[in-house]
Write a protein that binds this ligand. Structure first.
Ligand code: APR
Length: 390
C-alpha cells in the first residue's frame, strides 16, 4: 500500500493499516523537521478525538490538549457568548496544534514498523484504472523512482499528485471561491479571550483562536491579492483591536507575529473519491475553507473509513467497503461544507456587493442571522451540533 502525504489524513491511515498488518509506505515531499513544526489548524472535534483514542493515537492530545467549549461574537449590535459545550450534543473541542498531532502520529507510525520516505515527491499516479497502479516519484536525491502497490491513497492535499493524476472526466469537481481572503497570523502572545473570538465589523472580519498558553492564532480579513507582508505589525494590531472592539471589551495581548500567510477562502469537493485503485482522503478529497476548522477533522474521519475498507479488502477479500467508501464519506463532507459556507455568510459582509460597493439587503440578512443565533435556543443547539461535529 502506498500513501501519498504525511499529514493528518495520510498518517492516520498509515497507522491504522500498519497496525492491521498491512505493509504500508508513506511518501512525503517535505522533510521531517518541517512537518512537525508547520503550524496549521488546531481544533479537534470530539468525534475526531474518539477516533484517535479508539486506535491508541490520542495520548499526546489527551495529555496536552486544552478542552474548549465557548465562542464569542462581537458585532455592531454588541457581543454575545455561546457556551456550545452545554448546547446541542454537549460536545467540546480539544485544542491541540496540528503539528503536534502530526508529530505524535509520525512517532507512532514509525514505532509500529511504518515507513516514511521523506523528501520524496510523488509526481504522478500511473495506471490507477488497471490492477497494477504505480507512483512515479522524485527521490530525495533528485533521481526519478517508481513505487508499485495494490492501492494508492492520495492524502497529499489540494496541490498533490493524486489530484493531478485524475484523467479528465474521471471525477467531477464542485468548487466555490467565496471571494473572501484572510491574513492568517500566528502571534507569540497568550490568548486574549477564553473563547474563540469572531468579530464582524464594517472593515471586515477578525478572528481570535487560542493555540497554546503562549501562541494565539489571529485572522484579519484583507483585500484579495494583499501580500502577506503588506501590513506592519503595528497596523495589524490596530486593525485587530478596532475590529474586535478592544476599547469596549478589553485590549488584546500583543506579541510578535511569528508566521503570516494569506488564505483565499475556497472550497471544493471531488466526486467520487476514487479512480480505480486510487482513493482520495483529506484535502485531496475536498478542500474546505477554514471558517469552521473542519479540514483536519474530516481528514481523520475519512482516513478511518478508508483504513477499514482497505483492511476488509486486503485481509478478508471483501471489497464492499472500498466500493462504498466515496458514497459514505460524501454526506459528511457536504454537511461540513454547508456549515462552513453558512459561517462565511455569518461572519462577512457580502463578497460580491452591489455596484456602489454595498449590499444593504445582504448586510441586514447577516445581522438577522447573528440575532437569531443570539436569541434562539434551537438555533444555538443547531450551531453547537454542527460546530463541534463532523
Ligand atoms: N508528494 C508527496 N507529498 C506531498 C505532495 C507530493 N506531490 N504534495 C503534498 N504532499 C504532502 C505535504 O507536504 C503534506 O505533508 O502531503 C501532505 C498533506 O498534508 P495536509 O496538507 O496536512 O493535508 P491532510 O492530511 O489532507 O490534512 C487536512 O488539516 O489543517 C488542515 O488545512 C489542513 O485541511 C487540511 C487538513
Amino acid at each position: 500500500m502506498v500513501v501519498l502525504g504525511a499529514g493528518p489524513a495520510g498518517l492516520t491511515l498509515g497507522n491504522l493499516l500498519q497496525r492491521s498488518g498491512i505493509d504500508c509506505v508513506v511518501l512525503e515531499r517535505a522533510e521531517r523537521a518541517h512537518l512537525v513544526t508547520r503550524a496549521r489548524a488546531g481544533f479537534l472535534a470530539a468525534h475526531t478525538v474518539r477516533i484517535l483514542e479508539r486506535h491508541g493515537l490520542a495520548e499526546g492530545l489527551l495529555r496536552y490538549g486544552q478542552a474548549h467549549s465557548a465562542c464569542e461574537f462581537r458585532t455592531e449590535d454588541g457581543r454575545f457568548r455561546l457556551e456550545y459545550g452545554g448546547l446541542g450534543l454537549g460536545e467540546r473541542h480539544t485544542v491541540y496544534p496540528q503539528q503536534l498531532l502530526v508529530g505524535d502520529l509520525l512517532t507512532r507510525f514509525l514505532a509500529v514498523g511504518g515507513r516514511v520516505e521523506f523528501g520524496t515527491e510523488a509526481v504522478a499516479v500511473l495506471d490507477a484504472d488497471t490492477g497494477r497502479p504505480s507512483v512515479a516519484v522524485r527521490e530525495a536525491d533528485g533521481r526519478p523512482g517508481r513505487w508499485q502497490a495494490r492501492y494508492v491513497a492520495g492524502c497529499d492535499g489540494r496541490h498533490g499528485a493524486a489530484r493531478r493524476s485524475l484523467p479528465a472526466g474521471a471525477v467531477r469537481r464542485y468548487d466555490c471561491d467565496h471571494g473572501v481572503s484572510w491574513l492568517g497570523l500566528l502571534a507569540e502572545a497568550p490568548p486574549s479571550l477564553d473563547a474563540v473570538g469572531y468579530a464582524v465589523h464594517e472593515r471586515g472580519f477578525a478572528g481570535h483562536m487560542a493555540r497554546t498558553s503562549e501562541i494565539t492564532r489571529y485572522y484579519v480579513q484583507c483585500e484579495r491579492g494583499t501580500p502577506a507582508d503588506a501590513w506592519s505589525e503595528e497596523r495589524i494590531w490596530e486593525e485587530l483591536e478596532l475590529r474586535m472592539r478592544a476599547k469596549e471589551y478589553g485590549p488584546l495581548r500583543r506579541g510578535p507575529f511569528v508566521q503570516r500567510s494569506v488564505v483565499d477562502l475556497e472550497s471544493d469537493v471531488l466526486e467520487p473519491l476514487r479512480h480505480g485503485a486510487l482513493f482520495l482522503a483529506g484535502d485531496a478529497a475536498a478542500l474546505i475553507s477554514p471558517s469552521a476548522a473542519k479540514g483536519a477533522n474530516l481528514a481523520v474521519l475519512e482516513a478511518e473509513m478508508l483504513a477499514r475498507a482497505l483492511t476488509d479488502d486486503l485481509l478478508h477479500g471483501d471489497p464492499t467497503g472500498l466500493d462504498t467508501y466515496s458514497a459514505r464519506c460524501l454526506p459528511y463532507i457536504w454537511r461540513a461544507q454547508e456549515f462552513s459556507h453558512w459561517m462565511i455568510g455569518l461572519l462577512h459582509r457580502p463578497a460580491r456587493p452591489g455596484a456602489d460597493g454595498s449590499s444593504p439587503f445582504h448586510d441586514a440578512l447577516r445581522r438577522s442571522r447573528l440575532a437569531s443565533l443570539r436569541t434562539s435556543r434551537s438555533r444555538q443547539d443547531w450551531f453547537a451540533e454542527h460546530y463541534v461535529g463532523v
